[in-house]
Design a protein. Structure first.
Ligand code: ATR
Length: 266
């Protein structure tokens, strides 16, 4: 019988994950079926329970359920524990296992696809929600010299930063001084067409502006581009985190280059 997987979110209709995993399955000869599951906002646990009871083997978790997924899991990987958020569920074990592949996806996209070295770099992370939480530890492990987390609700950024030695956190007033080699937008502001208020000075010479949102020019990317800064959307992070989830489920690491190329230009 074909093994079944889903991406769970709300909304989930526009998710590219089913398409990405179908490409991976074809390329690696794995027999899987990967669909979408829209859970009610107050019904994440029940939706996963039902999918698991029907034989579902695993799931990706997207907005707004990554923290709910963290609480749902009986066992967690170290990186999910550090993130306090889960984007990958393994459902075909006695105890539900949760992992977080977002951070490794971002780091791999930056290093392998975009040629953006992280060692010794000064990094600014905008936002302190589920998306930001997932990437702090992997960025630190990649040897960045400085990581500053800035959020509209300053207390949230301070709380996130306090969990990791050496990370600074606070409100947008922290941006009154300093410049950064990499500025990552992990806020949901781009989805609503809003722009977090950042002075162009935050971009160091040869900086990269990266938005975790994919497939659209967000106000953040447009702003960076206007100021002559190199930009990238989150398409590569999406494909790389998917490849890492596929590896966890299937024991095979799919190649990502052709899929990323098709996602960008297809
Ligand atoms: P996610 O899981 O995508 O991170 P979230 O937990 O709801 O979702 O977090 C959304 C993030 O986007 C938060 O950092 C939020 O800031 P607050 O903590 O102050 O709410 C940020 N955000 C959303 N809209 C924003 C806007 N218009 N300007 C700046 N930040 C915004």
């Amino acid at each position: 019988m074909t093994d079944r997987y889903v991406v769970i979110g709300n909304p989930v209709g526009h998710s590219k994950s089913p398409w990405i995993h179908a490409q991976f399955a074809r390329a690696t000869g794995q027999d899987i079926d990967y669909g979408r599951l829209e859970a009610p906002l107050d019904g994440f646990d029940a939706a996963v329970d039902a999918f698991r009871a029907s034989g579902g083997r695993g799931a990706n978790v997207t907005l707004p359920f990554k923290q709910a997924a963290f609480r749902y899991c009986a066992e967690l990987s170290p990186r999910a524990r550090a993130a306090e958020a889960v984007n990958t569920l393994v459902l075909d074990r006695a105890a539900v296992f949760g992992d977080n592949t977002d951070g490794v996806g971002l780091v791999r996209d930056l290093q392998a696809n975009l040629g953006c070295g992280l060692e010794g770099r000064r990094v600014l992370l905008l936002g302190a929600g589920g998306a930001a939480q997932g990437v702090v530890q992997p960025l630190l492990e990649s040897g960045v010299a400085l990581l500053v987390v800035v959020n509209r609700t300053a207390a949230r950024a301070r709380a996130l930063a306090a969990r990791f030695p050496g990370v600074q956190g606070g409100g947008y007033e922290l941006l009154d001084s300093g410049s950064y080699d990499l500025v990552v937008n992990a806020t949901a502001a781009g989805l609503s067409g809003a722009l977090p208020t950042i002075p162009p000075r935050v971009f160091a010479r040869d900086a990269l502006a990266y938005d975790m949102v994919y497939g659209r020019e967000t106000p953040f990317l447009a702003f960076a581009r206007e100021h002559g800064v190199q930009v990238s959307d989150g398409a590569g992070m999406l494909v790389e985190q998917a490849a890492e989830s596929f590896l966890i489920w299937r024991g095979v690491r799919p190649r990502t280059d052709a899929v990323l190329d098709a996602l960008r230009h297809g």
